[in-house]
Design a protein around this ligand. Structure first.
Ligand SMILES: [Zn+2]
Length: 558
């Protein structure tokens, strides 16, 4: 649904669409790092995860890196990069390896004094409400005098690294904090302490607490260089997938020395456009949160001066939280591009495929849409580790693998269409607040969210603000005359997303963020924004873990 009939800026949308060429995938047949052409002997193709598998990445490409360089970058770049996200990936229960070691992963954090936390919480009201019961229960029952302690997250439970105990309720109870394993020995120590301290009839009851999930802070071990090199590797992989030659990635790739550069030009994303701002403030309430998203695009210089010169940029969003532009080339003369990929992160139930007798007949119906070629099956078959496997087994495995990948893939066009239309609806309601106040529909739900209404108030207070909103909306929606029906069709186009916005005229993010960097940084707007996104993710993970516990009956042992 379109809120306003487009007027003056209508032509822009058309122009933007025409800049973008159709999907073109050209196969380079060479490794982007060493530049060697692939063969079957010494330069073998490597199955590369464009977004690191350790953070749940599912996009693979098998003709952009050779196995030697793939292995090298895995060690030098992926390993330190993955370490940064370890706490997040573990708590989100991302399956690190599909073939999977059964070993359960754990991560370290700090249990923070709750009293202090309760007083200082300043995220949304909803956040406080949702957690308050849990806080109070834990606060009263267990943790009222626990200071900051080191904890371990494992299998959805949080327990202290070193067990300890505390007397409560006038010595009627003693609580031992720890997990099943490390409390066994410790419990005996407490028992003997009780025997020495108390008479038989006054002995307190021992209670084991093996889960102190409440407000736990997980250190985010940001390593700036490892982080940026990891981003660069994602960007290079994604650009190579779309046929961008290694010579065309000079700001991130040193092709004389076959290296990814140490200094990577990046710009942190900050929502300058109103629609982007309204998306980001409530992103965790939309479906598919958190997801990974990549957008490769070009930006034209002024055609009079630039003569076809473009900037080549990759926008990377990880966990819907870390949002960065990687600048790949500031003097790019290739065709215009806008290519994107998005995927869900949370583990989907595994899907076991058993190909029946009919499969042989339907073989192509399976293989084609999954993009599995005979050549690829042969390659996998010839390089199989388990020699007892038949070509048939390998084929079945590939179908299984690709089907899972498809399940993770997010239809980003529809996703954006839905949330941007949703936001226009919200704006309509917001404009007519009074009229909708008493209605209890899902559309008006958002009127009860003070933080959102505040945001809308700030962003849409004046008539100019509404015009500005409409202009931003027009970047996505346009109308095209349909001769047959003598009417206009509405056209939705994603191609301005994270590229353009309106604020006193059409702006591009690249230039605007560079120009505003000083102000945004000095006013600590960038830091605050990053902190808010991180809070949003942590809050989400905590809620998911509680949900998991309820479902699995893993409630704290009290
Ligand atoms: Zn190579």
């Amino acid at each position: 649904m379109l809120l306003w009939v487009p007027f003056v800026f209508y032509s822009y949308t058309i122009v933007i669409n025409s800049w973008v060429t159709k999907k073109r995938i050209c196969i380079l047949n060479q490794c982007y790092l060493c530049g060697k052409e692939f063969n079957d002997t010494d330069v073998k193709k490597h199955d590369e995860h464009i977004i690191q598998q350790s953070i749940g990445g599912n996009l693979t490409q098998n003709d952009i890196l050779c196995s030697k360089c793939g292995g090298k970058l895995g060690k030098e770049i992926d390993e330190p990069f993955s370490k940064i996200f370890d706490g997040i990936a573990t708590r989100l229960d991302i399956k690190k390896d599909r073939k999977g070691s059964k070993q359960s992963s754990s991560t370290k954090g700090k249990y923070v004094n709750l009293k202090y936390k309760l007083l200082s919480l300043n995220w949304t009201k909803e956040y406080q409400n949702m957690n308050l019961l849990d806080f109070q229960y834990q606060f009263n029952q267990f943790c009222n005098e626990i200071g900051e302690i080191d904890v371990i997250w494992k299998n959805f439970k949080v327990y202290p690294v070193k067990p300890f105990h505390k007397y409560v309720e006038n010595n009627k109870k003693v609580i031992v904090y720890g997990n099943q394993k490390n409390t066994k020995k410790y419990k005996r120590k407490v028992e003997s302490e009780i025997t020495n301290k108390f008479k038989d009839e006054e002995k307190p009851e021992i209670v084991i607490c093996d889960d102190i999930e409440g407000v736990v802070e997980y250190p985010f071990n940001m390593n700036n260089q490892a982080f940026k090199k990891g981003l660069a590797k994602i960007a290079i992989g994604f650009a190579s997938k779309y046929g961008i030659k290694r010579e065309n990635l000079p700001l991130v790739l040193d092709i004389e020395n076959n290296l990814i550069r140490d200094k990577i030009p990046t710009i942190q994303f900050y929502p300058l456009g109103i629609i982007d701002r309204l998306i980001e403030i409530q992103k965790n309430e939309f479906d598919h949160y958190p997801f990974h998203n990549l957008i490769l695009f070009t930006l034209d210089y002024n055609p009079n001066i630039g003569k076809g010169k473009k900037v080549l940029i990759c926008y990377i969003e990880l966990f819907s939280t870390f949002q960065w532009y990687v600048i790949l080339n500031e003097e790019y003369y290739g065709e215009s591009i806008y290519e994107y990929y998005a995927q869900n992160i949370l583990k989907k139930d595994d899907y076991i495929i058993k190909l029946g007798r009919r499969y042989y007949k339907e073989r192509n119906i399976w293989l084609q849409p999954l993009g599995i070629t005979e050549e690829y099956i042969d390659k996998k078959y010839n390089s199989r580790e388990d020699k007892s496997k038949s070509r048939w087994d390998i084929e079945e495995e590939l179908i299984q693998e690709e089907t899972i990948k498809q399940k993770y893939k997010l239809d980003f066009d529809s996703y954006l269409y839905n949330i941007i239309s949703g936001i226009s609806q919200q704006v309509l309601i917001f404009k007519d607040k009074e009229k909708f106040k008493d209605l209890k529909t899902s559309l008006t739900e958002f009127l009860n969210k003070d933080n959102l209404i505040n945001e809308y108030n700030q962003s849409l207070n004046s008539f100019e603000d509404f015009i500005n909103f409409k202009q931003n909306l027009d970047l996505f929606f346009s109308q095209k005359y349909n001769e047959q029906y003598d009417d206009y069709d509405e056209i939705f186009s994603i191609n301005s997303f994270r590229k353009f916005f309106y604020a006193n005229g059409l702006k591009n993010y690249y230039t605007a963020l560079l120009e505003k960097y000083y102000i945004l940084n000095k006013s600590s707007a960038l830091r605050t924004y990053g902190y808010q996104k991180m809070n949003m993710l942590n809050h989400y993970i905590q809620m998911e873990n509680i949900k998991h516990k309820t479902q699995q009956n893993l409630a704290p042992n009290r």
